[in-house]
Design a protein around this ligand. Structure first.
Ligand code: ATR
Length: 277
């Protein structure tokens, strides 16, 4: 019997997950279908209950339901606990296993696809919201030379930095700063994990933060040269990336978790890439 999976969100039309998972199923010869579910706002649990009752095996979760999924799960993986949000669920009998693969997908894209190890590098992350929270432990597991979180609201950056120091198994220095404290500091990898790009805004980042040979990585995808990537380019950065690989890799992690086989992501990344111009 064909196994059923879906992504739930509201709105949901824009989601690339069905395209990605259908491509993965094809290349790995898995007998499954993957559809979209428009969840009613305030009606997340009912929509998921119905999908499970119809034999659904697992779901991805997108805005605005990542916290609802966190509450709905019976078994939260450490990644979901740390992120405070869920982006993938697996249903087995009465159990709802929940994961958050965004952080590990991001690191896999950077290290594996872009060939940019984080180990021993100076890493800067802009923003202290959900995206940074989810990436915190996967970043620290790579043992960068240091991790700096910078945020408009400095207290949130400090809070996440303290959380990182508390939960890491290594000894990576982790600091939370305000943008005005970045003068005179340089980084090898700079991630934009703010939501600023969604509204074409630019965090107040000094262009001097990019070290020679730095990678500038925009977590948003499909938006071309965002203000952050433009700033990096103008500062002479030649290694620019957006989150298309992160999107594909978090999907591949979920696929592996559900089906026990890791799909190759290159085809999907090629298909979804929007040139950075
Ligand atoms: P997400 O879950 O996508 O990370 P979020 O939790 O709402 O979204 O967090 C958004 C992040 O983007 C926050 O760190 C926010 O900064 P504040 O905490 O100071 O609000 C940051 N952000 C949003 N717009 C920004 C802008 N124009 N400049 C700088 N930072 C911005």
């Amino acid at each position: 019997m064909t196994d059923r999976y879906a992504v739930i969100g509201n709105p949901i039309e824009q989601s690339k997950s069905p395209l990605i998972h259908t491509a993965f199923a094809q290349v790995t010869a898995q007998d499954m279908e993957y559809t979209k579910v428009l969840g009613p706002v305030g009606g997340f649990a009912g929509a998921v209950d119905a999908f499970r009752a119809a034999g659904g095996k697992g779901m991805n979760v997108t805005a605005p339901f990542k916290l609802d999924a966190f509450a709905y799960a019976t078994d939260l993986a450490p990644s979901a606990q740390m992120a405070g949000a869920v982006n993938a669920m697996k249903f087995e009998g009465g159990r709802v296993y929940a994961e958050n693969f965004d952080g590990v997908g991001l690191v896999r894209d950077v290290v594996h696809n872009l060939g940019c190890p984080l180990q021993g590098r100076r890493v800067l992350v802009l923003g202290a919201g959900g995206a940074t929270r989810g990436a915190l432990l996967p970043f620290l597991a790579e043992q960068p030379a240091k991790l700096v979180i910078v945020n408009r609201t400095v207290a949130k950056a400090e809070e996440l930095a303290a959380l990182g120091r508390q939960h890491q198994s290594g000894n990576v220095p982790v600091q939370g700063l305000g943008y005005d404290q970045l003068q005179g500091r340089q980084f090898d990898v700079v991630f934009n994990a703010t939501s600023a790009s969604l509204t074409a805004q630019l965090p107040p980042l000094p262009s001097s933060v990019f070290a020679p040979g730095a990678l500038a990585y925009e977590l948003a995808y499909g938006k071309g040269l965002t203000p952050f990537l433009q700033l990096a380019k103008q500062a002479g950065v030649t290694r620019l990336a957006d989150g298309v690989g992160m999107l594909a890799e978090q999907a591949a992690e979920a696929f592996l978790w559900w089906r026990g086989v890791r799909p190759d992501t290159q085809g999907v990344i090629r298909q979804l890439t929007v040139p950075l111009v």
